[in-house]
Write a protein that binds this ligand. Structure first.
Ligand code: GLU
Length: 460
């Protein structure tokens, strides 16, 4: 059974790169009918916050990246790490190190002076128990270089000189990342580790620990990092980094996931995927080795695609929850509105915005649009149109006929009346076709808005 995990450190918001890691782990597990676990790596008591944990959980929930089993919190497992560290000392795989920060600093300075790579020289290996503060170090007896088999990067070799006696338990009894991650992945039965390639070399340390602890080795799948469009490391300059900001900006979770799945993975030239398609198509062998570039425009385009493909009912629910209107139009009208507007908007906020304006109890026209389009020359055509709108059926066809007749009567093109009419009815300059838009409102409302426009023009 495949078991993957996402293991964020809760010291900030849920980052876009983290979400991609979570998504790939989730897709991999779901594709294989396996399990996906969530572990909060909150060993750094100073930097971990409750707020950050909540932001991570909210982000995962918004995106629908559901996890199996209970969340593992490393902060609740300090006794276990302590016990394991002592076990390693007993087995002569670890030892207490009493070096002070000053001493370590001096050692590094000397090594650097001699042109050597700074590394812990193992001076406490045989000291045994002493008084004073200590950390526990792993005894790295690497006699050979260590090779990591990675599903994305292939065979990566870490030279044995780079592997020194690293710390596994700090003086305050907190485990280091390396130690906790190895123990927890083993105890959770993780079969495949997907994580950012900044951890690639750490895997050499992890392999050493796994050998010492007689743990079964998982497969490694390291993911290339995400860059900004200019090729530098992705940062705030390139767009929001916090996943929940995208929620606030009106992105759909599935558009976000679709965007992130393609950021470093491909399936032929398919761009648009729904969740099930992502699950079905996901295969580690199609992860790109090179870093992916973040492209906000593509994300926006995908959002548009997913909005057009969304179920009306989902969007209706969203509107109902987010509108500022006190009284809602009928269910049928909302459905027609959603149907007409969803292919035209870039995000959910725009959809809500159009909805609030179109059905506003105290409807107003944008000042600049009124000034530009509600002009004297349209006054008489509007008056004639008003008469026609008061009669006949209330559907797109007959509305269209009325507008056409008005144009013919005054010898003007459709464009001359269409845009002023749009402004008069919707309050702005963007909407679906004007006849369709008018059917989204009741006849009396349209008539009162045309009258209001006539009054406005007359007062100019
Ligand atoms: N807490 C680590 C991080 O956020 C997890 C790395 C891993 O997946 O092993 O980078």
């Amino acid at each position: 059974m495949v078991r993957t995990r996402f293991a964020p450190s809760p010291s900030g918001f849920l980052h876009i790169g983290g979400v991609r890691t979570a998504l790939y782990s989730w897709l991999f597990a779901r594709n294989k009918g396996g399990q996906f676990l969530l572990r909060i790596e909150d060993t750094d008591v100073e930097r971990s916050t409750e707020e950050s944990i909540e932001a991570i959980l909210a982000g995962m929930q918004w995106l629908g990246l559901d996890h199996d089993e209970d969340i593992v919190y490393q902060s609740k497992r300090f006794d276990i790490y302590q016990e394991k560290a002592e076990g390693l000392i007993q087995a002569d795989h670890a030892y207490k190190c009493y070096c002070t920060p000053d001493e370590l600093e001096k050692m590094r300075a000397e090594q650097t002076k001699k042109g050597e790579n700074p590394r812990y020289d193992g001076r406490c290996r045989d000291k045994g128990d002493q008084d004073g503060e200590f950390v526990i170090r792993f005894k790295s007896n690497a006699k050979e270089d260590i090779t990591i088999s990675d599903s994305v990067y292939g065979q990566i070799t870490v030279h044995k000189d780079e592997l020194d006696d690293f710390i596994i338990l700090r003086s305050n009894k907190a485990p280091t990342y390396h130690f906790a991650v190895v123990i927890d992945d083993n105890e959770s039965g993780i079969t495949h580790i997907l994580r950012g390639d900044d951890h690639l070399k750490n895997s050499a340390k992890h392999l050493q620990l796994m050998d010492a602890m007689d743990y079964k080795k998982p497969e490694f799948i390291h993911l290339p990092m995400i860059l900004g469009p200019d090729g530098s490391r992705l940062s705030k300059r390139h767009g929001a980094m916090n996943i929940l900001e995208y929620k606030d900006q009106g992105f759909l979770p599935e558009a976000m996931l679709n965007y992130l799945v393609r950021l470093g993975w491909s399936f032929g030239d398919q761009e648009v995927f729904n969740i099930q398609e992502m699950i079905d198509a996901f295969d580690v062998k199609n992860i790109n080795k090179s870093s992916a570039k973040f492209d906000l425009e593509k994300l926006e385009w995908l959002n548009q695609q997913h909005l057009s493909n969304s179920d009306n009912s989902e969007l209706t629910e969203f509107l109902k929850l987010n509108t500022s209107l006190e009284e809602l139009p009928s269910a049928k009208t909302i459905d027609s509105f959603v149907h007409a507007y969803k292919p035209r908007v870039n995000n959910l906020n725009e959809l809500v915005g159009y909805f609030n304006t179109l059905y506003a109890e105290n409807f107003t026209v944008e000042k600049s649009a009124a000034e530009k389009f509600l002009k004297q020359e349209i006054l008489v055509p509007f008056q004639d149109l008003l008469e026609m709108l008061e009669q006949g059926e209330w559907n797109a066809e007959s509305i269209n006929q009325s507008v056409k007749s008005t144009c013919e009567k005054h010898g003007i093109g459709f464009g001359k009346i269409g845009q002023p009419l749009r402004v008069a009815i919707t309050g702005g300059t963007e909407s679906p076709s004007i006849d369709l838009t008018m059917t989204l409102l009741e006849r009396e409302i349209v008539i009162s808005r045309v009258k209001k426009a006539i009054e406005y023009i007359s007062n100019q």
